[in-house]
Design a binder for this molecule. Structure first.
Ligand SMILES: [Zn+2]
Length: 341
C-alpha cells in the first residue's frame, strides 16, 4: 500500500468458477468479469460439456454474458463422464479445453453422472496426459462420513499421481489439512483454495443458527484444517492458487427445507481475499496467489491489466439479481476501483 492508500495489482484470475446457464448465467458472469480477467469455467451444466461443439457453444454464451467491455476470457473445461471416448480428447484440446474435470459419482451438484470406478477412465487420462490437458478433481469419496470425504479420496489422488507422472493434476477447493499435505508431497499435484475455506469452520455453518449461504461441498471443517489452508495460501508456494468455487443457486433452493450446496462468492471474492491477506500482513502475496501461480500452472500468459485497490471501506451487495451473495451486506476494508489499465 502506497502513502496515498492505493495499490496497483495484476488483474486476478479465478481458477475454479461455476457460472451455470440460462438467465442465471447472465446475472453471475458480470460479477466475476468486473474484477477477474479470466476464469476456469466448470463444465457441470445440463447437459454437461463433453464435446468440442458443446464447449464452443458454452464459451460463446459466457463471453456474451460477460459483455465485451470486460475483456473477460473464459478458460474452458470438459467433464469426464463414464463412457467418454478418448478419441474426443484431442478435439476438445483443439477447441481450447485446458482441463478435464472429474467428479466422483454423487459428490456434488449435477454429479449423478460422475465416475464410480476410476479404472474405467484410465484411457481418457492417458489421452489427457499425452495432450497435456490438466486433470481437475473434486476430491471426495461420497460414501464416507462428510468430514472425512476428502481425506478418504487421497489414496485415489496418490494413485493418479503415480500412474500418470506427466499428467498435471489440480485438487480443487482444498478443505482439509490432509489434502494440503498431499499437494505439498506429490510432485505433479497442485491445489486451489477458495475464500470460504480460508474463512470458515463447521461452527460458522451450524454451530449457532444454520447458515445456508455457508453450505458447500466439500464442507468447511475443523479449525486445524482451516489453519493449514491459510498457511498454504500465505506460504507463497506456487502449488496453491485461487479458485473461488463460486456456485450460485436460486434463493428458493438455498432458503428451503433441503438447501443446495454452493456458495455464491464471486461478488465479494477479491475484496475478501484483500481482507484476508491484509489481516495477515501479506498483501504483497495476493498477486502470486491470484494472478501468477494459476496462470503458470495452466500455461497461459500472466495478465497485463492492472487493478487499483484503495484502503477504503466497501459494502458488499445484499443481493445480486435476486441471488444472495456470500457476505451479503458486510463491510470490507478495501475497495477495488472499477476498471483497469
Ligand atoms: Zn466447484
Amino acid at each position: 500500500m502506497k502513502k496515498n492508500g492505493e495499490m496497483a495489482v495484476r488483474r486476478p484470475d479465478d481458477m475454479h468458477l461455476h457460472v451455470r446457464q440460462g438467465e442465471l448465467m447472465k446475472v453471475v458472469v458480470p460479477q466475476t468479469a468486473a474484477v477477474f480477467k479470466r476464469a476456469i469455467i466448470m463444465p457441470n451444466i445440463l447437459p454437461p460439456v463433453t464435446s468440442a461443439e458443446r464447449l464452443e457453444r458454452y464459451r460463446e454464451r459466457v463471453v456474451a454474458a460477460a459483455g465485451s467491455a470486460s475483456g473477460f476470457e473464459p478458460l474452458m473445461t470438459f467433464k469426464i463422464i463414464p463412457g467418454l471416448s478418448p478419441d474426443v480428447v484431442q478435439e476438445l484440446k483443439q477447441a481450447g479445453a485446458l482441463a478435464g474435470k472429474l467428479y466422483p459419482e454423487g459428490a456434488t451438484t449435477n454429479s449423478e453422472d460422475g465416475v464410480s470406478d476410476v479404472q474405467t477412465i484410465y484411457p481418457v487420462l492417458e489421452e489427457m496426459q499425452r495432450n497435456d490437458i490438466v486433470l481437475s478433481i473434486h476430491g471426495e469419496d461420497p460414501d464416507v462420513f462428510s468430514l472425512d470425504r476428502e481425506e478418504a479420496f487421497l489414496p485415489t489422488l496418490r494413485q493418479f499421481s503415480r500412474d500418470f507422472p506427466d499428467l498435471r493434476i489440480v485438487l480443487e477447493h482444498l478443505s482439509s489439512a490432509a489434502a494440503v499435505q498431499a499437494v505439498a508431497e506429490l510432485p505433479n499435484v497442485w491445489g486451489t483454495i477458495t475464500l470460504h475455506h480460508l474463512e470458515l469452520t463447521l461452527d460458522d455453518l451450524l454451530g449457532g443458527e444454520l447458515q445456508p449461504h455457508y453450505f458447500c461441498k466439500p464442507i468447511v471443517k475443523r479449525p486445524s484444517d482451516r489453519a493449514a489452508i491459510q498457511r498454504a495460501a500465505l506460504s507463497g508456494s506456487p502449488k496453491y492458487f485461487f479458485g473461488s468455487d463460486s456456485a450460485p443457486h436460486p434463493v428458493d433452493r438455498k432458503h428451503a427445507p433441503t438447501a443446495r450446496a454452493g456458495i455464491f462468492s464471486a461478488p465479494v471474492a477479491y475484496q475478501g481475499l484483500l481482507r484476508f491477506f491484509g489481516e495477515h500482513d501479506a498483501l504483497e502475496r495476493i498477486e502470486g496467489f491470484t494472478a501468477v501461480y494459476g496462470a503458470d500452472f495452466y500455461g497461459v500468459p500472466k495478465n497485463g491489466d492492472e487493478l487499483v485497490v484503495r484502503r477504503q471501506d466497501w459494502t458488499a451487495p445484499d443481493e445480486v439479481g435476486g441471488l444472495v451473495p456470500y457476505h451479503a451486506g458486510e463491510v470490507f476494508p478495501y475497495t477495488v476501483i472499477p476498471g483497469w489499465k
